[in-house]
Every structure is written in structure tokens, then in C-alpha cells.
Design a protein around this ligand. Structure first.
Ligand code: ADP
Length: 729
């Protein structure tokens, strides 16, 4: 539809251009024809004037000659005595002399009968002397006393010429005629040099002079019979002349100064311009080949066609250019539309992506191959408290790295740059800008661009702080539970003990009172019985205690290969670290490299480590409380409280030392430490160490206690367990 409309829109101007081109061609042809025609007519007119002047000049130049000769007495003398030879000779000589002098053809004298009596050509074979010209009009005119003029073909020579005559008058009587013949050939020769025919017609319309020989003596219009007879009688155009029409047709051209001659036989046409010479009774006709006009027209057509062609080509070019411009405009509009649509789509996609990213709870971070952060999403910024502008462009160490885990972060960077990322993810502790710790899981993958090149790393970061807290709380709850459990177990044991021991102890008290009373009364036999009853009650109490120890020993034990270092870690995680933090006491680890395999009940082993650790903390807690008072007078500064856990191994044993900065073990305490129910604490039961030793011994090891030997205060409790060589991987 649009194309059709375009084509129609283009057709209008194009048709106009074509119309203009046709008009141009036609108009140019017309103009050239007219202009060439004007030019030709102009030339003909000018040429006609010149040629008429020349013709008239030739025709009239010699008319004075016969008149002059007729005045000569010699001529009259001769006419009176035509047979006088001397006169004849003189007359001939005279005529010959002035004829030669004037340059005319022949000058001659006739008597009244028309007989030539003397002539300038008397001595030539075509001498007029003796010839009679009485039938010639110029003779007749002169005989009438008039000057005569006549153009005709010579009777003697057969050559055409102009004859002029004058009478020889004596006493009012014509006694003879003098005539001159002028050859017209020279002027005809000049016409022959012209390109186009020139001819002269007489007053009857007979062509008698001209550059085209076949046209001579032909009639341009019908000649009346009487005139025909006159011409034949005069032998004007030869003795055998009969009227024959010229071989052309004349056409009068409207508004033109002349007519057109059409020669059907030759297919030629000429412009014919007539110059009338009324004094001579002649008409001079000059022609111009109208081929020149046709040629001019054709040239004009060719030029105009060329110009039109150029015009049409120009128009075509203009049309094409316009069309291309229109197409370009349309294409540009379409392109702009597409760009707009695409921009809109991109904006929508961008908005969608942005809102998706903003709604993501998972942090996203992209880094290039050098480790420079190139992208972070809102969740990531939120997680670490830094804006995207602060993070993008930064290189490691990143501002959110945890100061205690720097080594680990660097090693992660190295691992990633070595291309060894694990798809399982990695737990990472970060430091939020406001100082709180953020626990995260990092899942890192290679970042591949559209051309498949590895350009960096993309990490998704999940905040697991809440989960961590929940786990910690759970652990704390479990520890609490274990503690309660332990208390319950110990409580149960205590009540059992109380119940079991109550009786023997009550009996012991009674027997002792009885023994004291019997001893006072001096009743020795009864005293002896009472004392043996008393000792049997004591034995029973000892048996009860022994049973408790046995009970402890009989606890089902699951011996398995386990790592002493792992037991330390576990008990720290269970309660120790939390307790130490609660009391503001630092924990230091000095663990042997690699695992320390031993054969043990993992849970009981952890209980032992936990128990020793708690004792150490309790010992330091007392010290700490004491140190909180004003400093002692001694001025010596006690080392700061610290729980040190140290593991080591030799060929046979794996050892764990629990070292504190408590008061240490004075000898009276050191001796009794492992006794059941020995305690120095108000709320103590005094069973912990006893049970611990039993457990360690049940595993084939031993539990030792001593003071620290590094010069500072504090106790060392040491577990020595037989080493299991290379049982663990
Ligand atoms: P309890 O803790 O109930 O007192 P224990 O058998 O664990 O029972 O400890 C017995 C006693 O040994 C404690 O009351 C305390 O006097 C002493 N003792 C234990 N550990 C230490 C220690 N690390 N430093 C000093 N004394 C200790």
C-alpha cells in the first residue's frame, strides 16, 4: 500500500519531467527550424541583392557601345557604301578596336535589311558579317528608332548572350543598326561556385540563365501559344526550342519572403528567393537547400534530446535520491522505534533484575581475576554494613574480613586464585562494620563471560549467624542439661550415700557413745564388744564407699580409638570456653601437631578433661577474687589467670596437662586430693578427682597432680594414656 502510494507520488513529477523533456525537444526543433529559416532567408535576401546588382551591371555595362558606334561617321559612310572595301575594312577595324577595349563579346553593324555589314569578329570563323538578324527583336526595336535589348542564343555561335542595339540615324531616318553581344557566361561561372542553384527567368517565366544547365530554357509557368510562336520566331532560345516545364513544383510558404521548390525526382527541396529586375524584365531566383534547415532541426533535436536525457536522468537521480532519503528516514524512524522498544525492554529487565537482586536474601559478590570486587548486591551490603560504592573496586583485604581470621581469608583468596574452589561452600566469619560478628557460608563458582572466558569469581553468601546462635544456644542447653544430669547423678549418689551411710554412721555414733560410757564405767568386756561392733560398722561404711567406686568402674565403657586433641576441643566447646569467658579467664592451647590417638571411652574422657578444667577455673576464680582486693604488701605481681591445655606425646604415652594459676597444691591437700569426699570447698562433694582417677585408670592410664614448676603459682593435673600408634588417619 505504502509502496503504491510512493510510486504514485513519484509518478507525478516524473510525468511532468518527461512532458518537459518532450516539449524541450519539440520546442528546440521548432526554434532551430525557425531560426535557421530566418537565417537562410536573410542570406538569400542579401545574396539576391548582390547578385542582382552584378547581373544588372553586366546587362547594362555595354549598352553605351552600340550607341557610341552609331554616332561614328565611318559607320554611316559604310551603310551608304556597303561595297566599299576600304570602308568595310576601316569599320571592321574600328569595331574590333572598341569591342576589345570595352571587353564585350561582339560589336557589329547591320543595314536596314538586317544584314551584317561589319563586325568586330570579321576575322573569325564565326564572323557575323554576311549574317542576317532581321528577325531579332533588338534589330526590330532599333529599326523603329528605339534602343533594343534582348537575351537569346546566338544564331551564328549558338552561344547565349545579351544583345543591345542602337539605330544609326541620319537626317531623322534610320539607315542601319549597331548591336553588341555580351556573353553572360562569366556571371554564370560565378554562380556555379555557389552551393545552391541560381537562375534568371524572363518576363514569360522561361529560365534563360542559370547555374543548372538542364533547367535552361524550361518554363516555370505555362506560356501562351502566341508567345511560344514569338519565341520560336525570334529563335530566342535556339531554333528548336519548345516549351517544357521546369522539373520542380513551387509551393508558396506562408509568411515567408519566398517560396519552396520541391524536386520530387531528387527528393530535394529548396527555398527560393526572387529578386525582380523590372528594367530588364527579368527575375533572379536564388535558392538554398532546405536540408540545412532539416539538419539544424535535427541538431537541435539531438541537443535537446541530450539535454532532455540529462534532465530525465537528473530527475531520475533526484527521484532515486528522494526515495533513498525517504527510505533512510523511514529506516531511521524504525530504528529509533526499535531502540526505544529495546531500551524499554532493557529498562524493564533491569528493573526486574534490580528488584530480584534487592529481594534476594543471599548476598552476591563478583570479583575479577585479580580479586577486585566488581559487583555486590543489596543483601551483601546489608550483611557487612558497607555500601556498594565502598566495596566495588576494593582488593583484598576486604574491609569486612574478620581480624582474627585474616590468615584464613588470605588462604581462601589464594585457593580461589589457584582455581581450587569447592562447590560445597565454606564457612566464614566476617566482621560487620558496626563490630559484630557475622557467620556466613560462601559458595564460590567461576564467573564465565558471554564468550566463554573465565573472568573472575562469583560468590553467593548466606548469612548463618542466626543458625550459629541457635546451635550455640542448643549446645549451651545441652551442656546445661548435662550439668543438671551430672548434678542429678551426683545428687542421687549423695542421697544413696547418705542413706547407706546413715545407718552405719548412726551406729558408729551410738557405739562410740556407748564405748565412752562403758570405758568410764570400766566395763571392759562390753567395751570390747562395742568396739568390734563399731569397727564392723566402719567396715560397712568402707564397703559402701568401695561399692560406689566399683559402681563407677562398672559403668559401661565403650573403648574406641579417639584423639586426645579432639577431646580437648570438644570439652572446650562443651562448656570450658563459655565458663572461662564467664569468669573472664583466658584459655590458651598448646596442642601437639596432628592427632594423638588413644583407646578410650570418648564421652568419659571428655568428662575427665572437663572436670579437670572446671577445677582449674574454680581454683583460679578463688585467686581472682582474692587478687581483686588491694595488692599484697610483697609487691610481687602475680601472673594473670590463664587456663593452659597442653598435649604431647612420646613413644608410649599421650599426655594432657591442665595447668592453672590457682593457689596450687599445698602438701596437706596434695596428699588427700584423690580421697573420696575430700574437699576444701563449701559446696564441694570431694568425689570429682576420685572418680576421674578411677576413669583414667580404667583406660589403662594414670592421673597425676603436682604444683607447676615454672616458678609461678598453680597446679598441674596430668593424664597419661597409652598411645595407640597410627590408629587414626
Ligand atoms: P570438690 O571439687 O567437690 O571439692 P574434687 O575431688 O574435685 O572435689 O577436689 C577435691 C579437692 O581438691 C578440692 O576441694 C580442692 O581443695 C582440691 N583441688 C582440686 N583441684 C585443685 C586445683 N586445681 N588446685 C588446687 N586445689 C585443687
Amino acid at each position: 500500500m505504502t509502496r503504491l502510494r510512493q510510486a504514485l507520488r513519484g509518478a507525478g513529477p516524473m510525468a511532468a519531467v518527461l512532458g518537459l523533456a518532450v516539449l524541450l525537444v519539440v520546442g528546440a526543433g521548432e526554434w532551430a527550424t525557425r531560426s535557421e529559416l530566418d537565417n537562410q532567408w536573410d542570406n538569400l535576401r542579401r545574396s539576391g541583392e548582390v547578385q542582382a546588382l552584378a547581373l544588372r551591371g553586366v546587362a547594362t555595362r555595354y549598352s553605351y557601345l552600340p550607341f557610341t558606334a552609331a554616332q561614328q561617321p565611318l559607320i554611316a559612310e559604310l551603310l551608304h557604301h556597303p561595297d566599299a572595301l576600304s570602308l568595310k575594312g576601316d569599320a571592321n577595324a574600328y569595331l574590333q578596336a572598341i569591342n576589345a577595349n570595352a571587353g564585350s563579346d561582339t560589336l557589329y553593324v547591320m543595314n536596314t535589311d538586317g544584314l551584317t555589314v561589319a563586325s568586330s569578329n570579321w576575322d573569325t570563323p564565326t564572323s557575323f558579317v554576311g549574317q542576317n538578324y532581321r528577325n531579332r527583336p533588338y534589330f526590330r526595336d532599333a529599326l523603329q528608332g528605339q534602343p533594343g535589348r534582348f537575351y537569346g542564343v546566338g544564331k551564328t555561335t549558338g552561344e547565349p548572350g545579351l544583345f543591345a542595339s542602337a539605330p544609326v540615324v541620319e537626317n531623322g531616318r534610320v539607315i542601319g543598326v549597331v548591336a553588341v553581344k555580351v556573353a553572360m557566361q562569366p556571371i554564370v561561372d560565378t554562380w556555379a561556385q555557389l552551393r545552391d542553384p541560381v537562375f534568371v527567368t524572363d518576363d514569360r517565366g522561361i529560365v534563360f540563365l542559370g547555374s543548372v544547365a538542364p533547367w535552361l530554357y524550361k518554363t516555370t509557368r505555362p506560356v501562351p501559344e502566341q508567345q511560344v510562336q514569338q519565341v520560336q520566331f525570334d529563335e530566342q532560345y535556339g531554333a528548336r526550342w519548345t516549351p517544357e516545364p521546369v522539373p520542380w513544383q513551387t509551393r508558396q510558404a506562408d509568411g515567408q519572403p519566398g517560396s519552396e521548390l520541391l524536386l520530387p525526382g531528387q527528393g530535394k527541396r529548396y527555398l527560393a528567393f526572387e529578386e525582380h529586375l523590372p528594367d530588364l524584365g527579368w527575375t533572379l531566383t536564388l535558392t538554398a537547400d532546405s536540408r540545412a534547415i532539416a539538419l539544424a532541426r535535427q541538431q537541435a533535436w539531438a541537443l535537446a534530446a541530450l539535454a532532455s536525457g540529462l534532465l530525465v536522468l537528473g530527475a531520475l537521480y533526484w527521484q532515486l535520491r528522494e526515495r533513498r532519503l525517504a527510505e533512510n528516514r523511514q529506516a531511521r524512524v524504525q530504528l529509533e522505534l526499535r531502540v526505544q522498544e529495546r531500551t524499554q525492554e532493557l529498562q524493564q529487565a533491569q528493573a526486574f533484575r534490580q528488584s530480584m537482586e534487592d529481594s534476594l536474601l543471599v548476598g552476591m559478590r563478583a570479583r575479577d581475576l585479580e580479586g577486585r570486587i566488581v559487583y555486590v548486591n543489596a543483601a551483601m551490603c546489608e550483611m557487612v554494613g558497607y555500601s556498594a560504592a565502598e566495596l566495588i573496586g576494593s582488593l583484598p583485604p576486604y574491609p569486612y574480613w574478620h581480624p582474627d581470621d585474616l590468615a584464613r581469608h588470605w588462604s581462601d583468596v589464594d585457593t580461589a586464585q589457584a582455581g581450587q574452589v569447592s562447590p560445597q561452600g565454606r564457612e566464614n566469619r566476617l566482621r560487620h562494620r558496626d563490630g559484630h560478628d557475622v557467620y556466613t557460608m560462601f559458595y564460590t563458582a567461576r564467573l564465565i563471560d558471554g564468550e566463554g572466558r573465565h573472568v573472575g569469581w562469583m560468590s553467593s553468601v548466606v548469612d548463618i549467624t542466626a543458625q550459629k546462635r541457635a546451635e550455640e544456644q542448643q549446645q549451651q542447653r545441652e551442656v546445661q542439661l548435662q550439668r543438671v544430669q551430672r548434678v542429678i547423678t551426683v545428687g542421687e549418689m549423695a542421697s544413696t550415700l547418705a542413706h547407706e551411710l546413715n545407718q552405719p554412721l548412726a551406729a558408729l555414733v551410738n557405739y562410740a557413745a556407748a564405748a565412752r560410757s562403758l570405758a568410764a564405767q570400766g566395763r571392759t568386756e562390753l567395751l570390747g564388744e562395742t568396739l568390734s561392733a563399731l569397727s564392723s560398722q566402719a567396715l560397712r561404711a568402707a564397703d559402701i564407699v568401695g561399692r560406689i567406686r566399683r559402681w563407677v568402674r562398672q559403668q559401661p565403657q565403650v573403648r574406641e580409638p579417639c584423639d586426645l586433641n579432639a577431646a580437648v576441643d570438644q570439652s572446650l566447646a562443651l562448656l570450658l570456653r563459655a565458663e572461662a569467658r564467664r569468669h573472664g579467664i583466658a584459655v590458651r592451647l598448646d596442642l601437639a601437631h596432628g592427632p594423638l590417638p588413644v583407646s578410650a571411652d570418648r564421652v568419659l574422657l571428655e568428662q575427665v578433661v572437663l572436670n579437670l578444667g572446671l577445677n582449674a577455673l574454680q581454683a583460679m576464680q578463688g585467686m581472682h577474687a582474692m587478687q581483686a582486693k588491694p595488692p599484697a604488701a610483697s609487691g610481687t605481681e602475680a601472673p594473670s589467670p590463664e587456663l593452659l591445655l597442653r598435649t604431647a606425646a612420646d613413644a608410649r604415652f599421650a599426655t594432657l596437662q591442665v595447668l592453672d594459676r590457682g593457689p596450687g597444691l599445698p602438701p596437706e591437700i596434695a596428699d588427700r586430693l584423690f580421697e573420696p569426699f575430700f574437699t576444701t570447698r563449701a559446696d564441694g562433694l570431694g568425689l570429682g578427682l576420685n572418680i576421674c582417677r578411677s576413669i583414667v585408670e580404667s583406660m589403662g592410664g594414670e592421673l597425676l597432680a603436682r604444683n607447676r614448676d615454672d616458678g609461678g603459682p598453680g597446679a598441674v593435673f596430668e593424664i597419661r594414656l597409652p598411645r595407640l600408634p597410627d590408629l587414626l588417619p
